[in-house]
Design a protein around this ligand. Structure first.
Ligand code: ZN
Length: 460
């Protein structure tokens, strides 16, 4: 019998049709032409030991060094292998779908009118408050399963359907419980300032004060603080007060801006050193230039670890010191039937670091499927398939301050890998409406195989 040679490892993948490594951008997001670089290796392979990649490269090299002693070898002939998708913007914890509102909109009602009449976010708030923590875990687990089956291995998840202290904490605890038990890596965001709750209708300032007062107790449960800057939600001054306080407590920042109107959110996000500013369907070209400038300034700098990102942004009134990533969410204008989308083409050509996400929520984007969002990015945002892939992986990791761990296939990073049942990556965005993800490996463990989920990490 032939003696097994090579280095010990847990899992080896060989013979890929295309291996998309997305390597070389862990220090800063890809911008401009770099967004088209996928680090493609034909007939590539990789080796995983424990939770990390130990080698990524040509298949023959990986085979000779690692295949002999590997616990398992997967032959990925005819398939694309790439990093797990990173969804940098979701509202995945909610109770109650809004079928009625969907029909109302088809009959001609506008989303902001529905919100004004007490529907929209506030309807989800009522249902989410009524659900217990355990019920929300069960409901959300189902959403996360769908996301995992479609290839999402890391997702940001926001609170924001509680809108009072007790319920916002309840939602953050749901995210915490699922973060421990579900295969998807969850990054928690506090979005207490998602809408002004009914009880504060005549006193929005009072609600802003309340949200600011909750921050110290929110801090251990959230990595980011976010605000919905929009007419009918929170204004620029309110957003600044909340975010500045959150930053002072050590939370990293995000901002919903330019979903319906441009209220100047980009400059606020840049000034406060937010990790991302999200939506941007309405934003001036001058602000896009500012964002590009913010991105270029830090090219080549080594970002601090995710836990420290927030404190990297300097004190009050300081200049931009970190990268603020534009997170574009084309599923929203698509689902709202609007013609206006973010000007991604202009942003990328200017050098703005761009990521894409679902905004998964029951009102404005009920799909958690990143593959569909990537097709929309090509069709409606004018992105190339390569740019859409960069935006859904490495740049999305930067939008979460987590690119030192995930977003590319490189030795030392967390082994989050997808095997797609397609021979070439262009098929992923071209043949839309189909789930191409066959296998999902998360932190070195096979979690989906043959398009079926295998297990959970813990009892949830
Ligand atoms: Zn959102």
């Amino acid at each position: 019998m032939k003696k097994k040679t090579g280095k010990q490892c847990d899992l080896v993948i060989l013979n890929t049709s295309e291996l998309l490594t997305l390597a070389g951008a862990s220090h800063g997001p890809r911008t401009g032409r770099e967004m088209r670089e996928l680090g493609l290796i034909r007939d590539g392979g990789l080796a995983i030991e424990g939770c990390e990649f130990v080698a990524v490269g040509p298949s023959r090299e990986i085979e000779s060094k690692y295949a002999g002693k590997a616990k398992r070898v997967i032959d990925a002939s005819g398939k694309v292998v790439m990093p797990g998708f990173i969804d940098p913007h979701t509202h995945a914890v909610f109770a109650g779908w809004r079928d009625k509102e969907w029909v109302m909109r088809l009959e001609g009602k506008e989303y902001l009118d529905i919100l004004k009449s007490g529907g929209g976010i506030l309807e989800t708030v009522r249902a989410t408050r009524a659900a217990s923590q355990e019920e929300l875990v069960t409901i959300t687990k189902k959403h996360l399963d769908t996301m995992l089956l479609h290839g999402t291995t890391t997702a940001e998840v926001k609170s924001g359907y509680g809108l009072d202290f007790e319920n916002e904490i309840k939602i953050l605890k749901v995210i915490e419980a699922l973060g421990e038990g579900h295969p998807i890596r969850l990054i928690p965001t506090f979005l207490g300032a998602h809408a002004v709750p009914a009880g504060y209708k005549d006193d929005p300032e009072g609600y802003v004060e309340a949200v600011m007062g909750w921050l110290p107790e929110v801090k251990p449960l959230a990595r980011f603080c976010d605000v919905f800057l929009e007419e009918g939600a929170f204004n620029l001054a309110q957003a600044e007060r909340i975010l500045a306080r959150a930053r002072g407590l050590g939370l990293a920042l995000k901002l919903h801006a330019g979903e319906f109107k441009d209220l100047g959110g980009v400059r606020l996000a840049l000034r406060l050193g937010a990790t991302s500013v999200d939506h941007l369907d309405y934003v001036s070209e001058g602000d896009m230039v500012e964002m590009a400038r913010g991105g270029k300034k830090v090219q080549g700098f080594n970002p601090p670890k995710a836990e420290k990102v927030q404190s990297a942004s300097g004190g009050k009134g300081s200049k931009v010191q970190g990268v603020t990533v534009a997170v574009l969410l084309p599923g929203v204008p698509f689902f709202l039937g609007r013609q206006r989308y973010a000007s991604a083409r202009v942003m990328i050509d200017l050098g703005v670091p761009v990521a894409i996400g679902t905004d998964f929520n029951p009102g404005t984007c009920p799909t958690p499927n990143m593959q569909l969002i990537m097709t929309l990015a090509c069709l409606e945002l004018g992105m190339t398939p390569e740019e859409a892939i960069s935006a859904a992986t490495i740049n999305a990791a930067h939008a979460l301050g987590y690119a030192h761990r995930v977003g590319s296939l490189e030795a030392g990073k967390r082994a989050d890998v997808l095997i797609l049942d397609v021979p070439t990556y262009t098929r992923l965005t071209y043949q839309f409406g189909v789930n191409h993800v066959e296998t999902v490996i998360k932190t070195g463990k096979v979690m989906v195989e043959g398009k079926r989920q295998m297990s959970y990490l813990a009892k949830i």
